[in-house]
Ligand binder design. Sequence first.
Ligand SMILES: Cc1ncc(COP(=O)(O)O)c(C=O)c1O
Length: 391
Amino acid sequence: MEAVKTDKLFVPALPTLWPSMLTGRRAPSHFMPFGARNVRYFYFARNAIWTTVKMLGLDAGEVLMPAYHHGVEVEAVVDAGATPRFYRVGSRWDVDLEDVEKRIGPKTKALYLVHYAGFPGPVEEMRRIADKHGLPLIEDCALSLLSADGSVPLGTTGDIGIFCLYKTLPMPHGGALTVNGSRQYSLPEPPLPPTSSTFSHTVSSLLQNLELRGGAFGRSVRGMVRGLGKGAVKAAEIERVATGTQHFDRRHVDLGMSPFAHRIAQAQDLEAVVERRRRNYFFLLGRLRDVSAPLFNQLSPGVCPLFYPLVVDNKEQVLERLRARGIEAIDFWKYFHPACDASAFPEVAKLRRSIVEVPCHQDLTPEVMAEVANVVRDALVPERPERKNVG
Ligand SMILES: Cc1ncc(COP(=O)(O)O)c(C=O)c1O
């Protein structure tokens, strides 16, 4: 399902929930983590990371992590008791494998690889380094659900796969931990999240969908319901456990995934999701490569892009312009975790100043993408210096 063209551009950052997804159901999927033999579902990916540190007994040791990180995955590792150490990532999101190996020391207890926005990191090479040093490999696919490196699904090479579901699929919440290989861990089933929280996220996503499809009418209904909803949430003291937040909160570390979220996952046409994201990415690549040098000039087979990483010089200004025109662009990974010395990783510091996340998800039609491309092109035009009024 895709949105129809409406009067004003509305391009939400995440895909929205279509009413038919509340009742639809498809055959079990082979995609990770749904097809994994050994999987535990959580409210967030961060809970899966915290649990991994405890489960593997890394809490008294060091975990070697990329200097290019979100920050919340590092917070989860720290909260669970481990110490993060950082390795170099280059200006094209490329992991410096030599640096990884150089930084392994007696206290290193695990290697941590992040696959950025669906683009596969060097997981085979990291596997080899991990095996050589007898370390477990954690493969963070929080931004890379449904993505593969050729025929190898991301999250299947590491000892552990970490997934976030709600960034790629229109789910109210959802994360997963998969254990690969033969080792078995007995993990308690996490408690269900508050129903009110699931309900609140679901309604928000349905309203976004209404706006996406309903133009001016949908927009005014959404505005009205949001106003009422905020009051009701406050009045009823509904606990809304926010997703997509910057920081780790120990109070939510146990929360699992609701059966309702599982149901929505089962209603998804995952092959179509991958195909549409790739189509939209290619479209932007073709329309933008002459105004902004692409970070990736191609999309390898199997890659499911989470967004289009737009490289800009004037991030704040571009973000402001895109948002003013109805595109929910996101400031991608602005901050280092405080445990990471920014001055030691200049390429990462530059990336943090220059990547804007432009949506290319499954709800966006070719017509909408054409408008997105035009708006982005406009936003990239440098501001003309103000003309002085002479005379
Ligand atoms: C690399 C990475 N790992 C883990 C997470 C945590 O995901 P969640 O919000 O599901 O906890 C994020 C969040 O953006 C992330 O970017």
